[in-house]
Design a protein around this ligand. Sequence first.
Ligand code: IMP
Ligand code: MG
Length: 173
Amino acid sequence: MATTSVLISEADIQQRIKTLAAEIEKDYPANEEIHLVAVLKGGFMFMADLVRAMSDRVTMDFMAVSSYGKGTTSSGQVRVLKDLDSNLEGRHVIVVEDIVDTGLTLHYLQDLLKARAPRSMKTACLLSKPSRRQVDVRIDYIGFTIEDRFVVGYGLDYAEKYRNLPHIAVLEQ
Ligand code: IMP
Ligand code: MG
């Protein structure tokens, strides 16, 4: 197993999420429900911490997609492995993603979910690698912008490993 080195610490992630949560709360009219849709598997940890930093007007759902097999490059092919349980019609929806790399996954998801007539739709991602973008996607809330490096931890995997790290790390070769 490869060793990892910390790129973004647990404390920095937690602090940033509190700021993001406060920003999100303030962007929506008071008392209106906000429906968060996490993209599995990578988005599970970000979702868990984000909703715990928000008020009880939050509801949530999960969907699973696969975009990369076991490798580290995007195929551009997005498959829905698990769809949402809930209807999005008339709701304020925020898609919660771990990382936006080429943007292909998010672009596909945004189109798919917009067609379900939400009242509003925004996107929150923990990490963004803008230098890798292949399609222009709108991201409303970004945790951290990073350089073009393959990262793991805090939900993100390499061949299904390292998702449990409480920080973001880089794999050492
Ligand atoms: P995109 O379609 O290229 O934007 O990639 C989206 C998905 O690829 C993300 O949601 C991740 O699951 C995965 N991914 C992209 N970059 C990384 C990385 O650096 N580490 C782990 N997974 C990544
Ligand atoms: Mg993802």
